[in-house]
Design a protein around this ligand. Structure first.
Ligand code: GDP
Length: 453
């Protein structure tokens, strides 16, 4: 009867096809405002967490669209206020029309991130979790999505909360002593206090260290392929990227998301930079010299240094190695053209732990990829990864304040000075989760969200 395969029991819509347009409404007047436009059940009388079919009509009683209305009564909603989601057929015209009707009935257009900001202000989650919502929306790969999801579900916040509790305990011991200052009693054993601070600092420092990994998850590793002209740089680049393109294109509909010049290994993006130069096969090392090539490489997080095992002289290899080994850029030495390699040159590079490939024949590229992956240190101390520069700064300020606390105790400074530094440490930890905020900070964070989130 038709070409439709009978075994298909569920149809899913690909992303971005605009099949559904959802308008979210939140606030104390939500239900009464939507009820004025909605013809169907009386929304003032329905239970929370129910869905209703009906129509949206203008004042002339013309039907704008047939919609589904989902109702979430506060505090059991995203913002903890009354929330309604109107699922329409999603044309821009319909969405604009429904929105303007809502506005005529008293709603106002939401600012970017305002729903999440309300959720934060109403205590649904803390600031770090709210920020994770933005990260989640922006996530482009499995690692970004998983880290953001963990943070949104409170993994990072719990870690900060534990640290805060320990510090509060510490502060209370010091402040207790302050109350009895005249009597010169010592409630807190000094060594015990220092041990506690050290323990807290180890945790904070492991969080700080995880930022490097977090940054890699978020922004990828800028990678550059360097080598003499004709070493095979563009052949290698194309071999790596074409393979990636093939993998990505396998999933229908995702080709447009493919980002030129990057590959994913274990969810980490290796972004090949300066590829225009490579593609023009410019005479990099020849023209600008080994030293300046090395300076240029410093912009990269990782360098793939390619040697031509067929055409290069041992002198040329030695000269380049000398420069490379004395640099502080992380690098992988690769011997290319293994299909025709000179064994003498190969033996020289074995000593440098080189990876041997044939870019043209696509041989041993897997070994190169394994080596690329081995440059990523996955933190083991804590499974929480800091991805946000604002959090990093607060953690560093907390750590600095704790250093001053230890210094104060060691130098037998008065308790009120020590207590002041503890309070400063608590203040900076509180900035992360939003116990301490300013309007500017909130504005800055939430303005980066998209409207409707
Ligand atoms: P680039 O100047 O470093 O970008 O080098 P190209 O990628 O343009 O390669 C220079 C030449 O080396 C081309 O003729 C390639 O076909 C050849 N070439 C690249 N890789 C290999 C390889 O693994 N084996 C062999 N035999 N030739 C290769």
């Amino acid at each position: 009867m038709s070409h439709i395969n009978d075994t298909i029991t569920a149809l899913a819509t690909p992303p971005g096809q605009g099949a559904i347009g959802i308008i979210r409404v939140s606030g104390p007047e939500t239900i009464s405002i939507v009820n004025e436009l909605f013809k169907g059940k009386n929304l003032l009388e329905v239970a929370s967490h129910t869905i209703h079919l009906g129509t949206i009509r203008n004042d002339q009683n013309e039907i704008i669209d047939e919609v589904l209305v989902s109702i979430f009564k506060g505090p059991h909603s995203y913002t903890k206020e009354d929330v309604i989601e109107i699922s329409s057929h999603g044309s821009q015209y319909i969405l604009q029309k429904v929105l303007s009707l809502l506005v005529t009935k008293g709603a106002r257009l939401a600012k970017p991130g305002e729903f999440t900001q309300k959720a934060f202000l109403n205590g649904r989650f803390d600031l770090a979790q709210a920020e994770a919502v933005a990260d989640l929306i922006a996530s482009e790969n499995a690692s970004m999505q998983q880290t953001a999801m963990k943070q949104m579900r409170g993994g990072f916040s719990n870690e900060i909360k534990t640290l805060r509790e320990q510090l509060v305990h510490f502060a209370s011991m010091i402040e207790l002593e302050l109350d009895f200052a005249e009597e010169d009693v010592e409630f807190a054993d000094r060594q015990g206090l220092i041990d506690l601070i050290n323990k807290i600092q180890i945790l904070i420092q492991s969080l700080i260290a995880s930022f490097e990994y977090g940054n890699v998850i978020k922004n990828g590793v800028p990678t550059v392929i360097v080598g003499k002209p004709n070493a095979g740089k563009s052949t290698l680049l194309n071999a790596l990227l074409n393979e990636e393109k093939a993998i990505v294109s396998d999933v229908a509909g995702t080709t447009r998301d493919f980002i030129e010049d990057q590959i994913y290994l274990d969810g980490i993006a290796f972004r090949f930079i300066d590829t225009a130069g490579i593609r023009e096969t410019d005479d990099e090392v020849e023209i600008i010299g080994v030293r300046r090539t090395l300076e240029k490489m410093k912009q990269a997080g990782l360098v793939i240094y390619l040697f031509d095992l067929v055409n290069e002289s041992i002198e040329s290899i030695e000269e380049q190695l000398k420069g490379l080994l004395s640099s502080d850029v992380p690098f992988i030495i690769v011997g290319n053209k293994m299909d025709q390699a000179d064994t003498f040159l190969q033996d020289r590079l074995i000593k440098e732990n080189a990876v041997f490939i044939s870019a043209k024949e696509k041989n041993n590229l897997e070994a190169l990829k394994e080596r690329l992956k081995s440059f990523i240190d996955i933190p083991t101390q804590s499974n929480v990864v800091v991805t946000n520069a604002r959090h990093l700064q607060s953690l560093q300020q907390t750590d600095d304040a704790l250093n001053r606390v230890i210094e104060g105790i060691n130098m037998q400074m008065s308790n009120d000075l020590v207590a002041q530094d503890i309070r400063s440490a608590l203040f900076h930890l509180g900035e992360i989760t939003g116990e301490v905020t300013t309007d500017d900070l909130l504005e800055n964070i939430f303005s980066k969200f998209c409207i409707g989130k």
